[in-house]
Design a binder for this molecule. Sequence first.
Ligand SMILES: [Ca+2]
Length: 506
Amino acid sequence: MIWKFSLLFTTCLVLLVGCATKKEEKTNATKPNIVFILIDDMGWKDLACMGSKYYRTPNIDQLASEGMLFEQAYSAGPVCSPSRAAILSGQYPARNKMTEGPEMSPSPDSLMAKNDNKGKNLEWLPTRSPARRGCLHPDQITFAEVMQSAGYKTGYLGKWHCGYHESQWPDKQGFEMAEGFRTLATRTHGHYGRDYIPKLSWDLKGLTADEYMADALTRRAQEFITEHQAQPFLLVLSHYLVHAPFQAKPELLEKWKKVPTTDQNNPTMAAMIESVDQSVGNIMNTLEELNLDENTIVIFSSDNGGYHVGTSTYPLLGSKAMPYEGSSRVPLIFKWKNKIKSAVKDSTPTVQVDLYPTMLDLAGIKPNPNQHLDGVSLKPILMDKGKLNERPLFFHFPHYSGVGCTPFSAIRYQSWKLYRYYNNHEGTTQLFNLKTDPYEQDDLAKKRTDITDSLNTLLTDWLLETDAPMPTINKIYNPSDSTQYSGMASYRKSQILRQRREALLK
Ligand SMILES: [Ca+2]
């Protein structure tokens, strides 16, 4: 099999390992605050400043104009949980082993469960998903824990999705205040308080049945900032928007029904994005009113790419849960008044594991030497002090799961992106040159075997080095009974072909 490991680990990756240093001072009023606003399933092109001709996002556009916008920011996973666990731990999913969604169990080490089609009809899968970790392991030292040790007040509001059991909640991962995170796998039916209380959400102070959840989270974020304005604080505001279920505030929806559409044509999504934009505007107003805007770093991003059911990622190929650029490219904005360059678009490829070392570096806090970090600090770019060394970015999603994922790995190096698929016994590879073909139309795997071979070697070495959970051959696979799989594969193939056709026509 192509993905069977036969190569020795030879790759020298850039590892950011903190040196043992003197203990951080407990209180340091000069340290910057950090507000990290994380949106759920917001696509790369879901902001006006990222090219949307339909959605309107004046507050986020202003944030981008006052800060730096990364045009080639990647999520670490194609769906929610692995991306979030990677952000929190600073490790790729392949290393921290949270390669898919959480499981309800008190033990982080006994959660290694398979999730192929809920255990039914396995004959139709050519390969099988590996076991995985069902939570962000409590032993992981998150950036919040490091900042808490350095004297920061830490808060987490909203979607967590990194473990349902009480032992895996955000308050066990360095967040002193944690509210509004769901504790059950059950999906909510809407975005109002009534859909979250009483059982689906850990207590969100003051939440009423009629309050829109995004407004409630923003309100608590403003209260947290006000309460801790005299101290350095870290706040993660993790919105449930713009993930399904698609439900907007009626008064906004009515307005959007009259706005001409483009390839993005869902008024409900447009209204949900407007609610996100209002949240950002309200947070920025609070920071200004409290005179905190000069000493607060604001980061805005999404956990993974846009979902094709709700938005369009065109002209990028694919959407959430797929391997392609449309699945993994996300908006990423940093603002720090008078410190970070403003009104700059930077094209350096960056991935979510870079956020952890970047936040610590900007705050002047050393990482914990016991936490391996896969990313690098973006501070040199943000502060206009230099560029990053060329490095490969890696992606690994070894599962079949409910939203149509099939297993793959990928590597981005320089202008090249190579995909390796595990959804057949042979394994297949695609290679694209993103510089000349950013929309992944022309597979060069067989034409540029030199690049294909070298990227395959780098990828294999990395999978070995991280001890990545790998799909296995399904021994009971029965091709004659594979109609379900064929159906799913055909559906996805038709989606991709349609996108390719559309791209060629325009
Ligand atoms: Ca998501």
